[in-house]
Design a protein around this ligand. Structure first.
Ligand code: C2O
Ligand code: CU
Ligand code: CU
Length: 577
């Protein structure tokens, strides 16, 4: 490994020492009268056999939580019980920037732990990410539950086979609570998936990837204590970068290995990191890429129409990939899965040790994986449909943090008293918008009629990549366009942004499926379309960099039956975007 000099403590952990753990499977009976109880509780685990034990908070005492598996349409009621107690299991510190980056190193760098984090009570609420769930069961961030109480939820599971995940969503502290260990996978099965006879049982493996940092003792040895160390970018007003850490865990083990047979496997890959984006590739012992063995057959919210060959797989936080890997040509080899996008000092994610002896494998890669799939474009998007516009501001322009602005279309920028964004699109059409919200508790703008189709446009005015996630719906990305952005301040001190189309960007082939989270890079306008079907109530959408979500890049929206909305005096003028 020839990257920046890793701190001694990082290299004191030898990669591929511990086997991959598989979270236990919870397969509730298809009996709606049954209530599944899932208890979140403190538990001591070992992230690596050379480490002291680590205190985590985990569903059913398993880190990550058990994989819950249901059939499509199988109604499931869950009581998420808060059995947490004791000290908050994550120490939080902020440190000044430096070279090499402090986020590549373990240890708190002499910074004092933030006392408000140390004093946090166990207050948690569970969201089923990607689920078509009624608002009352969706895990509204402010509806946290305290120890001894339970959050009662009902999941209809009336949606296509895919891998969802459940995780904490508590207001202002999601990044910390998820880091304690409160996350797990949730699989929905359906007949279309069954008909493919994909690798299953021991040959279908969840890979839940999450980076972590650990504290050190006086002599620099790793203590096992979870550490949320973030780098300051501004002292006044205080602002920090999102968390990244030097240790990559898969299913709760740092740099594990998995013994595989030389045959096809199915991996349900989830990026459960707070904020790190991975570009994953398989490499051989000598570090050269192993290509032509991996195919993606599904995205966040369902199967792709046909397998997509992937030699590099980019996954932002919350994105999932349904992957098939053929190890039959790799007998006796040790392959590494590595991160090639701004990797930690150790780029390794995990290792696959392929058995030496051939095994019989009846599976062959199908040419089609979903016949029910239709690609959505703006021309076949059902009419009428609402249009929403959301701008993601560059850090340092309005505040040291990026902000999320809902935009409201107006006639003329010059008379607007709020900041304006003028967008000239690929057809040369110019639209003028003014800022309609900046913070979570500002005016509710997005009211959506139940079952309606909508197109949401996310415009990144020049900041980091924001993986944008919308609750309730599943969507397809219509396009990713590049824009030239310029910002001026008018004589009254009001910000005027101009964004002009500068070229068609690309959607990766594996982004052309059903998704619930989409990456929006700097200067990009990403348009997605989806139907707000299968639930009503109050929901959120947000950036899935959990630190951004907690810092205000989250907003509410409401879905109500059309006939109800017609009688709601507050809804008029809101629901058509
Ligand atoms: Cu992964 Cu709002 O959630
Ligand atoms: Cu339209
Ligand atoms: Cu963000």
């Amino acid at each position: 490994m020839t990257t920046t000099l890793p701190a001694a403590a990082v290299t004191s952990l030898v990669p591929f020492t511990d086997p991959l753990r598989i979270p236990p499977l919870l397969r509730p009976r298809p009996d709606t009268s049954e209530l599944l109880t899932v208890s979140a509780r403190p538990v001591w685990v070992r992230l690596h056999s050379a480490l002291p034990r680590t205190l985590v908070w985990a569903y059913e005492g398993s880190f990550p939580g058990p994989t819950i598996e249901v059939r499509r349409g199988q109604r499931l009621r869950v009581a998420w019980r808060n059995d947490l107690s004791g000290n908050y299991p994550v120490v939080a510190v902020q440190v000044p920037n430096g070279t090499p980056s402090p986020s590549d190193r373990p240890g708190r760098e002499g910074a004092d732990p933030i006392p408000e984090v140390a004093a946090l009570p166990p207050w948690t609420v569970v969201h089923l990410h990607g689920g078509r769930t009624d608002g009352g069961s969706d895990g509204w961030p402010e509806d946290g539950v305290s120890p001894g109480d339970a959050q009662l939820t009902e999941y209809l599971n009336d949606q296509a086979a895919t891998a969802l995940w459940y995780h904490d969503h508590a207001m202002a502290i999601t990044a910390l609570n998820v880091m304690t260990g409160l996350a797990g996978m949730y699989l929905i099965r359906d007949p279309e998936e069954d008909s493919l006879r994909l690798p299953s049982g021991a040959n279908e493996v969840p890979l839940i990837i999450a980076d972590r940092n650990l504290d050190t003792d006086a002599s620099g040895g790793l203590t096992g204590q979870l550490l949320h160390k973030v780098v300051q970018i501004s002292a006044d007003p205080p602002a920090t970068l999102p968390f990244t850490g030097p240790f990559t865990t898969v299913n709760g083990v740092i740099w594990p290995y998995l013994d595989v047979e030389p045959r096809w496997y199915r991996f349900r890959v989830l990026n459960a990191s707070n904020s790190r984006i991975y570009r994953l590739s398989l490499v051989g012992q000598n570090g050269s890429p192993v290509t032509g063995v991996a195919y993606q057959i599904g995205t966040d919210s369902g199967l792709l129409p046909a397998p997509v060959p992937v030699n590099q797989l980019t996954l932002a936080p919350a994105e999932r990939a349904d992957l098939l890997i053929d190890f039959s040509g790799q007998r006796g080899k040790a392959l590494r899965l590595v991160n090639t996008l701004t990797p930690a000092p150790v780029p390794d994610v995990m290792q696959f040790r392929v058995g030496a002896f051939p095994v019989w494998d009846w599976f062959t890669l199908p040419s089609r994986t979903s016949t029910s799939f239709t690609r959505i474009t703006h021309s076949n998007l059902p009419q009428p449909h609402g249009h929403r516009w959301v701008a993601l501001t560059a850090p340092g322009v309005q505040s040291p943090h990026p902000e999320m602005w809902e935009l409201h279309e107006i006639e003329d920028a010059s008379t607007a008293t709020e900041p304006t964004v003028t967008v000239t699109d690929d057809a040369g059409v110019t639209r003028v918008f003014e800022r309609a919200s900046t913070t979570f508790n500002g005016t509710l703008n997005f009211m959506i009629e139940g079952d309606a189709w909508e197109q949401w446009n996310f415009l990144n005015l020049g900041g980091p990549v924001h993986p944008m996630h919308i609750h309730l719906t599943r969507f397809q990305a219509l396009q990713r366009h590049n824009y030239t952005v310029s910002t001026t301040t008018d004589p009254d001190g009001i910000m005027r942004v101009d964004a002009t189309f500068s070229g068609a960007g690309t959607l990766d082939p594996n982004e052309e499926g059903w998704k619930d989270t989409i990456r929006v890079g700097p200067g990009q306008l990403v348009s997605v379309a989806g139907q707000f079907l299968g639930g009503t109530g109050r929901y959120v959408y947000h950036c899935h960099l959990l630190e951004h979500e907690d810092e205000g890049m989250m907003r509410p929206f409401v879905v109500m039956p059309a006939a109800v909305m017609a009688l709601d005096p507050e809804a008029s003028g809101h629901h058509h975007g």
